[in-house]
Every structure is written in C-alpha cells, then in structure tokens.
Design a protein around this ligand. Structure first.
Ligand code: ADP
Ligand code: ZN
Length: 226
C-alpha cells in the first residue's frame, strides 16, 4: 500500500551500512510501500556482468575479489540512472555512494539538478551477524526479491511471494573469503561516509539488529519526520 501524504514528494534517500546490514531488504520494502525507486548499484553491476560486455568482464573480475568498482564507473552509472524519468518521484540509493569521492560526486550531481538528499539512514549492526545474513541470502531470479534461508523464507517453499517465480539465485561474491574482503573495504572506504553525512546533518541511524519489520517501522518514522 502506498502512503500518499507522508514525506515530501521526490524524496531522496541513502541507505548506508555494511554488506548484509539489510539495505536491499529495506529498499525493496520502501519501494513497495512508497512511490520511490530502489537504485541498487549491486543489481546494476550484476546486469552489466550478465550482458557479457567488455565492461561487464572487467567489473566481474573486480567484484569477485571483494574490492570496490572504480569511482568513475560508479558515478557515471548513477548519473545516467537518476536522469531516467522514473527517478523523478524520488529514489533510494542502495550501495552508492561507497567512497568519499562518490559522495562528493553525488552532491555535485544533485546540486546541478537543484535538489538534495533528504536523509541518509545508517543501518547499524554488529559485525558477527553480517556473515550469517550474507551466507543465507538468495533472491528470486525473475523479480529480484530478496530472501534468506533463516530470516526471510518465501511463504511457500520454492515460490516467490511477489511474482510466483520458482527459480532463485545466490550471489557469487557471497562466499566467505570474498565477504571478508568486502567487510574490510566497507570499513576502510565506506565507513568514513558516516561522519561525512553527520557533518551535513543528514545522518539518522536505525538499529538494524532488529527484525525486518521493526527496521522498516523505524525507517518509516524517520521518513514521516519523527
Ligand atoms: P545488504 O543489501 O545491506 O547487503 P540484504 O538486504 O541483502 O543486505 O540483507 C542480507 C540478508 O539478511 C538478506 O538475506 C535478508 O533477508 C536478511 N536480513 C535483512 N534484514 C534483516 C533483519 N533485520 N533481520 C534478519 N535478517 C535480515
Ligand atoms: Zn519474484
């Protein structure tokens, strides 16, 4: 269901947090509840890889090591995406920015469009749950809806709640060796964005250790201006 009056039209959000914090899960839920599009750079990169292009091969080699894709590629990808008409009613960035350079580029992009971020929501979790969440996650091959072996099973085993699809995929970068490198990249390159946005008075935190529905409720409270 859509909440028509809450929040400003064209709301622009960032969900910030380590891999496994629940960004994708919450972004998908917000997309279902509100007229916002989820911009998952992970999904965009996986689409580029699936296309088999030269760029896709380059990107796959980087992602398989757990490292971040270069800023210039990511910034161009997002700059193109937010120009699309479906982003006019607002968007949720999930997976971008991941470095200070990307955050600065985003500021320039939004400035040029005479707009700005409404909130940056930090999803705070203990490090030890991340590997457990990442290890069990999978998604619908048809619509991309996210699930978990333990925390978010489809209502009917083997059937997607949202589209009825029966094929599911697991990410190749979710293996334990790669996850370790991804968590290190987060700490070194992405965690500095917390003070970056705190200084701009945009940062709000949610307890992402709570259950999925509780986290959604906490985020909704922020969006309603609480
Ligand atoms: P991110 O996009 O931040 O990497 P995901 O949204 O993919 O994280 O979440 C990782 C996994 O953890 C998913 O399988 C998801 O179902 C599960 N998950 C997400 N949020 C919670 C939560 N609050 N409690 C338990 N499991 C969760
Ligand atoms: Zn589906």
């Amino acid at each position: 269901q859509e909440i028509a009056s809450a929040g400003s039209p064209g709301m622009k959000l960032i969900l910030l947090g380590p891999p496994g914090a629940g960004k994708g899960t919450q972004a998908q839920e917000l997309e279902r509840r509100r007229n916002l599009v989820q911009l998952s750079t992970g999904d965009m990169l996986r689409a580029v890889i699936a296309s088999g292009s030269a760029l896709g091969q380059e990107v796959k080699a980087i992602i398989d090591t757990g490292a971040l894709v270069p800023d210039d590629i990511m910034v161009r990808m997002i700059a193109d995406r937010i120009e699309q008409p479906d982003c006019g009613d607002g968007f949720i960035l999930d997976g971008f920015p991941r470095t200070t350079a990307q955050a600065e580029a985003l500021d320039v992009m939004l400035d040029a469009r005479n707009t700005a971020l409404d909130h940056v929501i930090a999803m705070v979790v203990d490090a030890d749950v991340l590997t457990r969440r990442i290890g069990g996650r999978f998604s619908c091959a048809k619509c991309g809806a996210g699930y978990h072996d333990e925390f978010q099973k489809p209502r009917q085993d083997g059937v997607c709640d949202h589209c009825g699809g029966t094929e599911f995929t697991r990410r190749s970068d979710d293996k334990p060796e790669t996850v370790r490198a991804r968590l290190e990249a987060y700490e070194a390159q992405t965690a500095p964005l917390l003070p970056y946005y705190r200084d701009k008075n945009l940062l709000r935190s949610v307890n992402a250790m709570a259950g999925i529905d509780e986290v959604t409720a906490e985020i909704e409270k922020i969006l309603m201006g609480a």
